[in-house]
Design a protein around this ligand. Structure first.
Ligand SMILES: Nc1ncnc2c1ncn2[C@@H]1O[C@H](COP(=O)(O)OP(=O)(O)OP(=O)(O)O)[C@@H](O)[C@H]1O
Length: 260
């Protein structure tokens, strides 16, 4: 019998309220195993980005736990001291932004963008950093001769592929994607989705992907979590949730795509 993959992330009753108003996230719990992709869908303002930022170490939740697997033990992200968290996160968790300009250094070359996180993780040898950068450019379908170009002159799709290379080159255990194909042309989106699917399969990483787009969720996610007003209202295997939605909001979400 095949052993179950290792649990990489466990979120327990995570809550966050900004400025004492309605909670952005309320008692959200879920877990994620190696090689698994969890899609999070929900209307604008339902708390998807807030949740992702709490997992990425960018926003401190008011309550709840974010437990992430380290080499041989489990890290409780928000009880560790800040210096340890700053050291732990770059090699373990990667956040891919909707706007590649938020995830890239526009003032250094494409190769430098890939080499920088590798150096932060301890890489020193110039030749091997450049070789790894070239390998990653090839993986994300950017011509190798562009290695010394600034990302500023790349197209939006190329910038997004470079951000993905920068985010994955250190082999993080957990990759968090916030609308990774948003803002791109439909044909560019389709190619990017193919690339993401093959990288996720090849690297066996655990992924949380936030999206407005049910099509993206269907293509990428093994499991789906639907959020409304900061709460998880439905979750399950992606096909099950989309083919037989139980909650009225999920039914609306699915039927609006069918009508669109
Ligand atoms: N830094 C902040 N300060 C105050 N309120 C915030 C902040 N960030 C998010 N919020 C509020 O938290 C709630 C959830 O926002 P969030 O951005 O997480 O939703 P979302 O589902 O990602 O929305 P979208 O799909 O539009 O990005 C919203 O009411 C939002 O106004």
């Amino acid at each position: 019998m095949k052993a179950r993959a290792r649990e990489i992330l466990r979120v327990e009753r995570l809550s966050k309220t900004f400025g004492g108003r309605v909670p952005a996230c309320s008692a959200v719990s879920f877990s994620l195993r190696q090689g698994e992709v969890l899609g999070i869908v929900g209307e604008s303002g339902s708390g998807k980005s807030t949740l992702l930022r709490c997992l990425a170490g960018r926003i401190q939740p008011d309550e709840g736990k974010v437990l992430i697997a380290s080499d041989d033990h489990i890290i409780d992200l928000w009880t560790m001291d800040e210096a340890s968290r700053e050291q732990f996160l770059p090699t373990t968790v990667s956040l891919i932004h909707q706007n590649p300009r938020d995830g890239l250094r526009l003032d250094i070359s494409a190769g430098g963008n890939i080499a920088e996180p590798l150096m932060a993780a301890g890489g020193r040898h110039y030749g091997s950093l450049r070789t790894t950068a070239l390998e990653w450019l090839q993986k994300v379908d950017i011509e190798k001769r562009r290695i010394d170009d600034l990302p500023e002159i790349f197209s939006g799709g190329m910038q997004q592929r470079l951000q993905i290379a920068r985010g994955l080159a250190t082999h993080p255990r957990l990759v968090l994607m916030d609308e990774p194909t948003g803002g791109l042309d439909v044909s560019v989106q389709a190619k990017l989705l193919d690339l993401l699917r093959s990288l996720v399969r090849e690297l066996g990483i655990a992924v949380v992907v936030v999206t407005h787009d049910i099509g993206v969720a269907r293509l990428l996610a093994d499991r789906l979590m639907v959020m409304q007003r900061g709460r998880v209202i439905e979750e399950g295997l992606t096909d099950q949730v989309l083919d037989d939605p139980h909650h009225a909001y999920t039914q609306l979400l699915v039927s609006s795509v069918l009508q669109g």
